[in-house]
Ligand binder design. Structure first.
Ligand code: NAD
Ligand code: UDP
Length: 316
């Protein structure tokens, strides 16, 4: 297949590109590099089945006939989407529409990268796909959450009204090599802080929870969904739930760092709990994650070590 990946220079997009190339496909990667980096694709410089197009998908574009569109373009970390608020709303709306139009034009299949943020600060725990969520539509996270909720609605509309063969993956916190070291996400911040011997900044009391999925597990789940016929949203994430304080301690164990843990104010609307119910993915895709958090952090250690520069991690 000839596959279009938007957001190909990002963390997940570049890993998906690698996986699809190793499965024998041809990949066209489109990215405007607003949060991604060509460094994530540099190992593909001599790969004849890979082509990179620098393009903002908010503007209409065309890359010729494709068989599949994987729509991953969007700022994804809270620090990035706070900096790029209007752009995040635009890529979720106009950008997703442009990607859907390509699928419609060429009769291609379409998979959209949605998120656990559709559940907001959830009052149902763990989160199942039929939970409609608890999102503040005007809070600081709304530029991301509502963009993703709109993009899910748009994807379902293209399926229902125009018969586009669509899929929706709700991705839960994923980490691993190529996570931008300064994107402010908790794993990047803690790993960089620990490796530099700096204090680990826990927001609030650290009793909010997240469930962290290693990138190879996430990519496998996404590709299984891409090969399935399921049109409704499907959670792909690791259900092993950690408080942020436990996560900080895990990073200290894995890095061997002797950094202190310090506490900083909890950002507004920060979800207090998050854990995917993955019974649907298990049932319809035969998928479940294999890599636990400490193993995944160990697998990411070398990347974070190599990526260290004098640049500071971003804090909110
Ligand atoms: P990332 O920031 O590393 O990658 C996103 C990529 O999209 C970047 O390369 C960026 O330059 C590109 N991009 C953004 N706006 C664009 C635009 N208008 N035109 C073209 N390219 C644009 O983030 P990621 O973690 O790889 O996330 C990829 C996708 O997965 C995003 O849609 C994100 O919302 C979704 N997601 C990720 C996670 C996670 O934990 N990593 C969780 C839920 C959802
Ligand atoms: N967090 C933290 N310290 C940091 C960065 C993040 O305690 O240096 C917390 C943040 O408040 C949130 C959790 O870690 O509760 C996950 O944050 P992240 O930005 O990685 O992703 P989110 O799930 O909030 O989108």
């Amino acid at each position: 297949m000839r596959i279009l990946i938007t957001g190909a220079a990002g963390f997940l997009g570049s890993h998906l590109t690698d996986a699809l190339l190793s499965d024998g496909h041809t990949v066209v990667g489109v990215d405007n590099l607003c949060t991604g980096s060509l460094a994530n694709l540099k190992h593909l410089a001599n790969e004849s089945r890979f082509e990179f197009v620098q393009q903002d998908i908010v503007e209409p574009f065309d890359v010729g006939k494709v068989d599949y569109v994987l729509n991953f373009a969007s700022p994804a970390s809270p620090v990035d989407y706070a900096r790029l608020g209007p752009e995040t709303l635009s890529v979720g709306s106009d950008g997703t529409r442009n990607a859907l139009e390509i699928a419609r034009r060429y009769g291609a299949k379409f998979l959209h990268a949605s998120t656990s943020e559709c559940y907001g600060d959830p009052t149902v725990h763990p989160q199942k796909e039929d939970y409609w969520g608890n999102v503040n539509p005007i809070g600081p996270r709304s530029v991301y959450d509502e963009a993703k909720r709109f993009s899910e609605a748009l994807t379902m509309a293209y399926h229902r009204y125009y018969g586009v063969d669509t899929r929706l993956v709700r991705i839960f916190n994923t980490y691993g090599p190529r996570l931008q070291k300064n994107d402010g996400r908790v794993i990047s911040n803690f790993m960089v802080q620990a490796l530099k011997g700096e204090d680990l900044t826990v927001y609030g009391e650290g009793n909010q929870t997240r469930s962290f999925c290693y990138v190879s597990d996430e990519v496998e789940g996404i590709l299984r969904l891409a090969h399935s016929d399921e049109h409704l949203p499907t959670n792909i994430g690791n259900p092993s739930e950690w408080t942020i304080l436990e996560c900080a301690k895990a990073v200290l164990r894995v890095t061997g760092a002797e950094s202190k843990i310090v506490f900083r104010p909890l950002p507004q609307d920060d979800p207090m709990q998050r854990k995917p119910d993955i019974s649907k993915a298990k049932r319809i895709l035969g998928w479940e994650p294999k890599v636990d958090l400490e193993t995944g952090l160990r697998l990411s250690l070398e990347y974070f070590r190599e990526s260290l520069t004098p640049m500071e991690p971003q804090t909110r």
